[in-house]
Design a protein around this ligand. Structure first.
Ligand code: NAP
Ligand code: ZN
Ligand code: ZN
Length: 348
C-alpha cells in the first residue's frame, strides 16, 4: 500500500484537517500518480458541508487533479512513468451500460464512481479525492495532459473546464449565438473563455460590480450587473442561451425572462434547494431549461487537447493546502479569481 497525506472534512461543520491514509498499489490497468496540483471546486464545499445529502466522512475532496505518473501496471498503454496525467470527477463506472458504451460515463446507469464520496466499485473502500499527495486510478479514467500549458492552470479544466465545454458543444453554440454566462466564478470564467472561443457573442451576468473589468479581459463582449434592474429589463428576450453556474439559491424565473423565443437555460450550478419555475415563463416563448453534468472521458480528453491547441487555461490563485478553509470562506463570499488551486508540494 502507498501512504498518502491529505486534508479531509471530518464532519459537515468543522474546518478540514490533515488526514493520513493508504492508496492501493497499481494493478495491471492502473496508473499511480503523484499529485502536483488540485483545483478547488464549489462541489467540494457542497459535498463537505452535506448540502446535497450526507457525505462519507472523513471526506477528502478534490476532483481537478494533475500530477506526474510514478508507476504504471503491466497492461497500461496510455502512460509511462514521468508523463503528466489528470483525473476528473469520476474514477470508474460500470463500463457496460448504454451511456458508458456511448462514452458518457458520467451518466452511467449504475452510477459513476466519484473521485471522492463514493466507494471503489464492488467494495466498501471509500474513494478519496485530490487534496492528497497521490492517487491510483485505472488508465481508462485517467487523462493525458499536455506539457505545453502551465500545470496549475490546467487542473481546473478537469471539472470547471469540461462542465462548461460539454453543454456548449452539445448545443453547437458558436457564431451567431448570443450567450449569457450567469455567475463569474470557476465555472463561469471557463464558460466565458469557451463561448468566446467558439465564436458566440458573450454577456457576463454577475452580482459583483468589481468583476466587470475581469469579465472583459476574459473575453466577454458585454457585462451586466444582475442588481441593475433597468439594465436587466433592457436584456429581456435577448439571449439564445444562458449558462447558469450559480452555486446558491436564486430566482431562475428572473433569468429565464432574459431568454429569447426558443432560448435555453443550461443549468450546471447545483444549489442545495429546488428552484421554482413558473410554467408560463417557459410556455410563452417556447423556452427550455436543461441540465448538464461534467462530461465523459473521451470528451474531457477532447477538451484538454482543444485547450492545449488554443492556449486556454484557468485563471488561478495557487494556495498551500493549509489555506483551504480560508479558500472555502472566500468562495462562499464569491471572492475567487477565478479558481483556487492547491500546490500539493505544500503537503509533502
Ligand atoms: P464558484 O467558483 O464559487 O462560483 C459561483 C459564482 O456564482 C460566484 O462567483 C458568484 O458569481 C455566483 N453566486 C454565488 N452566490 C450567488 C447568489 N447567492 N446569487 C447569485 N449568484 C451567486 O463555484 P463553481 O466552482 O464555479 O461552481 C458553481 C456551481 O456549479 C456549484 O453549485 C457547483 O457545485 C456546480 N458544479 C456543477 C457541475 C456539473 O457537472 N453540473 C460541475 C462542477 C460544479 P458573481 O460574483 O459573478 O455573481
Ligand atoms: Zn467540480
Ligand atoms: Zn455504466
Amino acid at each position: 500500500m502507498i501512504p498518502v497525506k491529505s486534508y479531509a472534512a471530518y464532519d459537515a461543520t468543522n474546518p478540514l484537517k490533515p488526514y493520513s491514509f493508504e492508496r492501493r498499489e497499481p494493478g495491471p490497468n492502473d496508473v499511480q500518480i503523484e499529485i502536483l496540483y488540485c483545483g478547488v471546486c464549489h462541489s467540494d464545499i457542497h459535498t463537505a458541508k452535506g448540502d446535497w445529502g450526507p457525505a462519507i466522512y472523513p471526506l477528502v475532496p478534490g476532483h481537478e487533479i494533475v500530477g506526474r505518473v510514478v508507476k504504471v501496471g503491466s497492461e497500461v498503454t496510455k502512460f509511462k512513468a514521468g508523463d503528466y496525467a489528470g483525473v476528473g470527477c469520476f474514477v470508474d463506472s460500470c463500463r457496460t451500460c448504454a451511456n458508458c458504451k456511448a462514452g458518457e460515463e458520467q451518466f452511467c446507469e449504475e452510477g459513476m464512481t466519484g473521485t471522492y464520496n463514493s466507494f471503489e466499485r464492488g467494495t466498501e473502500i471509500p474513494t478519496y479525492g485530490g487534496y492528497s499527495t497521490g492517487i491510483t486510478v485505472d488508465e481508462s479514467y485517467t487523462l493525458r495532459i499536455s506539457d505545453k500549458l502551465n500545470l496549475s492552470e490546467v487542473a481546473p479544466l478537469l471539472c470547471a473546464g469540461i462542465t462548461t465545454y460539454s453543454p456548449l458543444r452539445h448545443l453547437n453554440v458558436g457564431k451567431g449565438h448570443k450567450v449569457a454566462v450567469l455567475g463569474l466564478g470557476g465555472l463561469g470564467h471557463m464558460a466565458v473563455k469557451f463561448a468566446v472561443s467558439f465564436g458566440a457573442e458573450v454577456t457576463m451576468l454577475s452580482g459583483t460590480p468589481s468583476k466587470e473589468a475581469d469579465a472583459k479581459s476574459l473575453g466577454a463582449h458585454h457585462f451586466a450587473l444582475t442588481s441593475d434592474a433597468e439594465k436587466m429589463l433592457s436584456l429581456s428576450n435577448s439571449f439564445d442561451f444562458i449558462l447558469n453556474t450559480v452555486s446558491a439559491a436564486h430566482d431562475y424565473n428572473f433569468y429565464l425572462n432574459l431568454l429569447n423565443t426558443n432560448g435555453t437555460m443550461i443549468v450546471v450550478g447545483a444549489p442545495p434547494a429546488p428552484a421554482q419555475i413558473p410554467a408560463f415563463t417557459l410556455i410563452m416563448k417556447r423556452r427550455s431549461i436543461m441540465g448538464s453534468l461534467i462530461g465523459g472521458i473521451a470528451e474531457t480528453q477532447e477538451m484538454l487537447d482543444y485547450c492545449a491547441e488554443h492556449n486556454i487555461t484557468s485563471d488561478v490563485e495557487v494556495i498551500p493546502m493549509d489555506y483551504i478553509n480560508k479558500a472555502y470562506e472566500r468562495m462562499d463570499k464569491s471572492d475567487v479569481k477565478y479558481r483556487f488551486v492547491v500546490d500539493m508540494a505544500s503537503l509533502k
